[in-house]
Design a protein around this ligand. Sequence first.
Ligand SMILES: [Mg+2]
Ligand SMILES: [Zn+2]
Length: 274
Amino acid sequence: MSGIVVVFDFDKTIVDCDSDNWVIDELGFTDLFNQLLPTMPWNSLMDRMMMELHSQGVTIEEIEEVLKRIPIHPRVVPAIKAAQALGCDLRVVSDANMFFIETILKHLGIKDCFSEINTNPGYVNEEGRLRILPYHDFNKAPHGCGLCPPNMCKGLIIERIQDSICPQESKRFIYLGDGAGDYCPSLRLKERDCVMPRKDFPVWDLICKDPLLVKAEIHEWSDGGDLERVLIYLINKISKEQEASQFFSPDCKLQTLSVSSAHEALPKPLRVQQ
Ligand SMILES: [Mg+2]
Ligand SMILES: [Zn+2]
């Protein structure tokens, strides 16, 4: 396992559109969705729309079929598999929902690449209707972040992941996203982390307004081909830096060890690139 955590947004990052809009549009419910959108939060509207779909006879199987043909750039799956093969810990942080994301990732054969999916709960109830709930229960306990929608603050999720990692491991983060909701977590990244905002998308616009607010290195990308190239480049660069810092670590107290144990304590040789 390398010392890198890669956090992916889902909509317009892993898949090339918004999964909520994709399902609504493909099933012909766009007009109703647009009509109701000004009246309630997005996440509550998705739950309401699933009720409408169910009452008009749309089955879970039909929703799954639509999800399985969602557009995705052909280099995204290879990029995810390569990142996993390089030993990274991959996670999803998304404002879509668990049902959509699991259905799509399973279909693409990459669900097991991820150690964690953080998203709004989504499940099929006993009547066969898909329920979509908020990640944070905003009526009982508002998250208090002014940047994020009421149902989800991705910054809080990043903070939880950062806190769950032992400080001695000095893991470094790479965060990929496109939306306004990816701005809050970008601000929580540290100096040695990297953020990959999708160029000309809302998170990129927000970062460009005042790039000094972001402590992490900024590496933009436009499409899945860029995503793969930039991500693999960053993973290799960080891995080399981590190997080098292990080698020159100031805490290395070799002088206090006996000859035999000092030998065992020597850092592993640097891997030669093939
Ligand atoms: Mg997105
Ligand atoms: Zn937030």
